[in-house]
Every structure is written in structure tokens, then in C-alpha cells.
Design a protein around this ligand. Structure first.
Ligand code: PLP
Length: 229
């Protein structure tokens, strides 16, 4: 067994254990293998081990990599998306986790109309209020949510967050709880289920699952360290 197989198996076991600890069905938690900076053979190894969904955070890298892998490979976009890259990635991705402003949502909607697509999206929330991070502030999300729902093309399926870097996984817990509470509040207020919560990375996905994550974005715990982080 190669390293990727071993690590992937360990991550899967941790996902199942975390879900069971939280009294959740492990099938509710989907693993997105974050393949940014990883080469095509590494992605192939993970595919051979049954991993079918991969996350990329740079448009150019996704556009270069996707044609080199089977067309059945599922791609999620998880990074900050520049407006001039929307047209290129929309036909390639199954879900965009990182819609971080009203303007971006509107641009995606307009281009989706031109391309005849109905993109599935998540809204990225800056729950910790970190200055250097992208994402809706919780209050802005509350204010703008109804307007986002009027966009005819984009399908808003849930929320995403990146917890601040923490030495101990448990330090990330309050941010995951906040995202879940915000989801509950906005879903109840709007009647839109927002069933998807994308939260948790290599260092904190166990805690995120305990707090309700349905998508975890795990890179280094599967592929090993990135050469170019
Ligand atoms: C890189 C990245 C990840 C994965 O990070 P790891 O710590 O390697 O698991 C998850 N989410 C986003 C948005 C990322 O950019």
C-alpha cells in the first residue's frame, strides 16, 4: 500500500469514528480530498482508492489538471475565485464552496445564464472576523441572504468556513458551532434548508464533524505535505 492509500484509509476511519461519537450517520459526511499543488499521479492514486471528489483552490491549476484525469472525477472549487476565472471553472465544478461576496454571486449567476448552467454554491462565512480572510461577515450574510436567493441561476446549498489556525483542534470548535448556529438561524428565517456545512481541514475535521460538518476538506492528511503551500 502506498502512503496515500494508508492515509486515506486513516482519514476515512476518523470520519466514521467522529460521526459515531456525535451520534450522526457517517454517510452524512462527505470527504473532499484537497489536491491543490498535488500532481496528477497522486490524484490518480486517490481515485484508485475510491476517492471521487477533489478540491482545488486555484482556477488555473484546476483548468490544467481536470483534463488529465477521468471525466468522472468530481471537482469542487474551494479557494477565492476571481471574476475573470468564473467562465473557465464553471463547466468543470460540481460545487463552489467559496462564494465570498454578493458581487461574486451575481457574476457567477450572470455567466451561468450565458453558459446555460445552474451552479451549486456555498457561501463562505468569515465567522472569526479575521481581517485578512475572505467571506461574508455573519451580519452581512443575514442582510444579503434574501437578495442572494433571488439570483435565478445559483443554487445556494449551504455555508462554508475556514477556522483560524489553532494549535489544538478543540480551539476551532467555537467557530464551527457559530457556523452551524448561523445556518440554523438563516435556514429557519428563509425556509431554505442550507443542508450543507463545509467545515474542517486536516487539523480539525474531527471536531468539525462533531459540530455538524457534512463536507470536510482534507489535504495534507491524505496527500502529505504540500511542496508549495
Ligand atoms: C488547502 C485548503 C484545505 C486543506 O487544508 P489541509 O490543512 O491540507 O487539510 C481546506 N480548505 C481550503 C479552503 C484550503 O484552501
Amino acid at each position: 500500500m502506498n502512503d496515500i492509500s494508508t492515509r486515506l484509509e486513516r482519514v476515512r476511519a476518523q470520519i466514521v469514528a467522529a460521526a459515531q461519537t456525535a451520534g450522526r450517520d457517517p454517510a452524512e459526511v462527505q470527504l473532499v480530498a484537497v489536491s491543490k499543488t498535488q500532481d496528477v499521479p497522486s490524484v490518480r492514486k486517490a481515485l484508485d482508492d475510491g476517492q471521487n471528489t477533489f478540491g482545488e483552490s486555484r482556477a488555473q491549476e484546476l483548468v490544467a489538471k481536470a483534463p488529465l484525469l477521468p471525466s468522472s472525477t468530481r471537482w469542487h472549487f474551494i479557494g477565492h475565485l476571481q471574476r475573470n476565472k468564473i467562465r473557465k471553472i464553471l463547466p468543470l465544478v460540481e460545487l463552489i464552496h467559496s462564494v465570498d461576496s454578493m458581487e461574486l454571486a451575481q457574476d457567477i449567476d450572470r455567466i451561468a445564464e450565458e453558459l446555460g448552467l445552474f451552479p451549486r454554491i456555498l457561501l463562505e462565512v468569515n465567522v472569526a472576523g479575521e481581517v485578512a480572510k475572505f467571506g461574508f461577515k455573519p451580519d452581512a450574510l443575514r442582510e444579503q441572504f434574501e437578495t442572494l436567493l433571488t439570483l435565478p441561476r445559483v443554487q445556494v446549498e449551504g455555508l462554508m468556513t475556514i477556522a483560524p489556525f489553532a494549535e489544538r483542534p478543540d480551539d476551532a470548535r467555537p467557530f464551527f458551532t457559530k457556523l452551524r448556529d448561523l445556518r440554523d438561524e438563516v435556514a429557519t428565517g428563509s425556509g431554505v434548508p442550507l443542508a450543507t456545512l463545509s467545515m474542517g481541514m486536516s487539523g480539525d475535521f474531527v471536531v468539525a464533524i462533531e459540530e455538524g460538518a457534512t463536507l470536510v476538506r482534507v489535504g495534507t492528511a491524505i496527500f502529505g505535505p504540500r511542496t508549495n503551500p
